[in-house]
Design a protein around this ligand. Structure first.
Ligand code: NAP
Length: 315
């Protein structure tokens, strides 16, 4: 009787596990990775987190496992894929600071291009779907409000390497999707870095003056929306390129002003400047921002407004 009960339990467990997809994510210590893990677990997926160094996610779920993987070392990734056999790989790990990329070109190429080759080779062997997270910095910023099919022409090394990563993915022999996103913001996590909202709030709350550019245009993206959009891609097995960003078209100056208004800070602390005020190693594309109609129509993507985003982030 006991043997039969154990047999039934194992059978039920196999059925259960096979009903649920297993997703491997690279870069789970990063801003996007953390939120993706949370949302995927809430939806019942099994999640394999990987990133450089120790896990920065506090999670007791038995559906979550973490492995230290440096994406520049193919064998580290291979071993995890071999053991776990995830159906889907989301490649979010990257060197993301444009100035750091400009100053460390070899390192940036190694992480962002070679790392993507490694993700592809591994996914081709053990998975059936690959999602690559890319950026608005693949565009030159001359036109703004880019569609998926617009011509890419990066103006800095970060954009150049992310675009090289896109070319790698487009050659994949398994179904793939490229998700481009733009100026991501969200709740600050412990040890996490600032974003436009938390940075402006931090400075203005201490009555510090800030200089903010008013000649760059973006469609800022709430991190929760980006993660939701990526999960829709998994659920619909949607292939091809998708632009996932917010819907409001704003300059960083307008974003900082919106933060100040929401918190009733002294708006005169914010000085409106142009990009040439700053000498930064990496040139920024002036006008980016996305047309997100494809994601709305095909994925049911429905991002919140920037005003709602401020409420979420600053409570
Ligand atoms: N944030 C944005 O505004 C934005 C905009 C457009 C596109 N994106 C894209 O979105 C994706 C996610 O970005 P994010 O905002 O989450 O960036 P993030 O917070 O900087 O996270 C990136 C993660 O990748 C990890 N990483 C870096 N090098 C690695 C390596 N060699 N091996 C393994 N992991 C490595 C980092 O590890 P450490 O924690 O050790 O540094 C970090 O945890 C990236 O592909 C980025 O290009 C982001």
């Amino acid at each position: 009787m006991k043997t039969i009960a154990i047999g039934v339990f194992i059978f039920a467990e196999i059925i259960y596990q096979h009903g649920m997809k297993k997703i491997l994510i690279t870069g789970t210590n990063g801003m996007l990775g953390k939120v993706l893990v949370k949302q995927l677990l809430e939806k019942g997926f099994y999640v394999i987190g990987t990133s450089r160094g120790e896990c920065k996610i506090v999670c007791n779920s038995e559906k979550f496992k973490y492995y230290e993987v440096d994406i520049t070392d193919y064998f580290q990734l291979h071993d995890v894929l071999f053991d776990e056999r995830p159906e889907v790989v989301i490649h979010a790990a990257a060197m993301t600071q444009a100035d750091e990329c400009e100053l460390n070109k070899d390192k940036c190429w190694n992480v962002n291009q070679h790392g993507t080759v490694h993700a592809l080779v591994g996914a081709k062997m053990y998975s059936s779907f690959l999602i690559y997270v890319s950026t608005d910095f693949v565009f030159d910023g001359e036109k703004g409000m880019y569609k998926e099919e617009d011509e890419c022409r990066p103006v800095n090394w970060y954009g150049h390497c992310k675009l090289a990563g896109e070319s790698v993915i487009k050659d994949a022999e398994i179904p793939w999707s490229i998700v481009r996103t733009c100026l991501v913001y969200g709740e600050k996590t412990s040890g996490g870095r600032d974003n436009i909202i938390t940075w402006a709030d931090g400075k203005l709350s201490k009555h510090e003056k800030i200089k903010v550019v008013d000649d760059q245009v973006r469609t800022p993206t709430y991190i929760g929306d980006l993660a939701k959009g990526i999960i829709s891609i998994i659920e619909k097995k949607a292939t091809g390129i998708y632009h996932l960003s917010g819907k409001d078209v704003l300059t960083p100056y307008q974003m900082a002003k919106a933060v100040a208004k929401y918190k009733s800070y002294d708006e005169s602390l914010i000085e409106r400047v142009t990009a040439d005020t700053f000498t930064q190693p990496a040139k920024r594309p002036a006008k980016t921002g996305f047309v997100i109609d494809k994601a709305i129509n095909e994925l049911g993507y429905d991002p919140i407004s920037f005003a709602e985003g401020i409420k979420k982030v600053l409570g």
